[in-house]
Design a protein around this ligand. Sequence first.
Ligand SMILES: [Cu+2]
Length: 168
Amino acid sequence: MNGLKLGAFALLSALTMAGFTGCSDDSPSTAKTAVRSPAPAGPGARTGVSVTGAEIRVPTTPDVTAGYLTITNTGPADTLTGVSTSAAAVVEMHRMVMNGNSMTMKAMENVEVPANSTVRFAKGEMHLMLMKPKALKVGQEAGLTLHFTTAGDITVPAKIVPVTGAAP
Ligand SMILES: [Cu+2]
């Protein structure tokens, strides 16, 4: 348990130092276009929930890696009750919380997705923690399945992306 936590903190520190910004900022415009266009087929279409920009950082330890995505909801309020993948043993939903002068991570059981809202799992905010990830390689894809109370299960392909954005 301690090992996992340390691994997670080390990873987040590395991500913070690398100064990630751009990766998930490219997707919102695409996401907006996608949900504006006539009712996309597939899960979630009925309720207006869509998931875009899913990424998983290539694991640098066998213990944990981070995942990011954007949920766009053009319909009524929904609740994300969990995420699963075949690419890791467990997926946790975390939130960064300031605790005095230090950032800590808090696991969430549920994430509310208000009506007509965008909910982002992005660096430095809410994020997914994939525990015991498989040996994923940059350029591969892994499916992430999001479980919603109303929209049901929505599965999206997540790109495996470099931790630093560029080879050292
Ligand atoms: Cu975390």
